[in-house]
Design a protein around this ligand. Structure first.
Ligand SMILES: CC(C)(COP(=O)(O)OP(=O)(O)OC[C@H]1O[C@@H](n2cnc3c(N)ncnc32)[C@H](O)[C@@H]1OP(=O)(O)O)[C@@H](O)C(=O)NCCC(=O)NCCS
Length: 189
């Protein structure tokens, strides 16, 4: 079970998601997929919260997975997930996805989600968190760079969006030195 510190950003609360968030999260995903170019096309995802519930249950049991939500007046306005690798040699690396509801952009919610995720990564001993961002999404790329992600490579024709092959960038943030510092200071005490 992964534990996340609660963070408050004015009227926003960030907490770990639980299986009972599944229906609200499904609604959030469907809304975001209508408005932005994400992995699923609008209308492609099943309108069934059971797979989301299953994922939330599984992530809360796997120590190298994280699923957090940002809430405003009890409504989900953002989420971030990290899926850690299943093989032992990949278990300290994770793949991140996130989004924030369009009427809440520019309020620092994306930044707060990434901050919580970085703190979680250090606490749990993850050494690498990676993500893929489309070239057509400079806003997200700017935020990731600001939060310490580094571009590792260009992914040509990564997605086909409205019949157009679209390029993307693979980015990663490394936590090995932070994890080592945590271990060093805990040994020193
Ligand atoms: C990317 C996303 C998560 C950012 O969330 P957010 O809550 O708006 O982020 P923040 O408010 O913390 O920060 C946004 C930053 O982007 C900057 N920004 C805004 N528009 C921009 C643009 N067109 N180009 C570059 N930077 C931009 C803001 O100025 C801010 O940076 P600053 O703090 O240096 O001023 C959000 O826009 C989103 O969910 N988009 C739709 C889904 C998506 O793209 N998900 C990511 C897929 S990889």
């Amino acid at each position: 079970m992964s534990i996340i510190d609660k963070q408050t950003l004015a009227d926003v609360t960030i907490r770990e998601a639980c299986p009972d968030d599944a229906a609200a999260l499904l609604g959030f995903f469907l809304r975001m997929e209508e408005k932005f170019d994400l992995l699923y096309e609008p209308g492609e995802r099943a309108r069934d919260s059971a797979p989301v519930r299953h994922q939330l249950g599984e992530f809360s049991e796997r120590t190298n997975c994280l699923f957090i939500v940002a809430l405003k007046a009890s409504e989900i306005v953002g989420f971030l997930s990290i899926e850690g690798g299943r093989q032992r040699r990949r278990e300290r690396a994770g793949y991140l996805i996130m989004s924030v509801r369009e009427d809440c952009h520019g309020q620092g919610i994306g930044r707060a989600l990434l901050q919580s995720a970085s703190e979680w990564a250090v606490r749990t001993g993850m050494i690498r968190v990676e993500l893929v961002v489309l070239d057509s999404n400079p806003r997200a790329r700017h935020l990731y760079e600001k939060m310490g992600f580094i571009a590792e490579g260009h992914l040509r024709d990564y997605l086909v969006i409205r019949d157009q092959p679209s390029d993307a960038v693979l980015m990663a943030k490394y936590f090995r030195s932070a994890a080592a510092q945590t271990t060093d200071s805990s040994h020193g005490n």
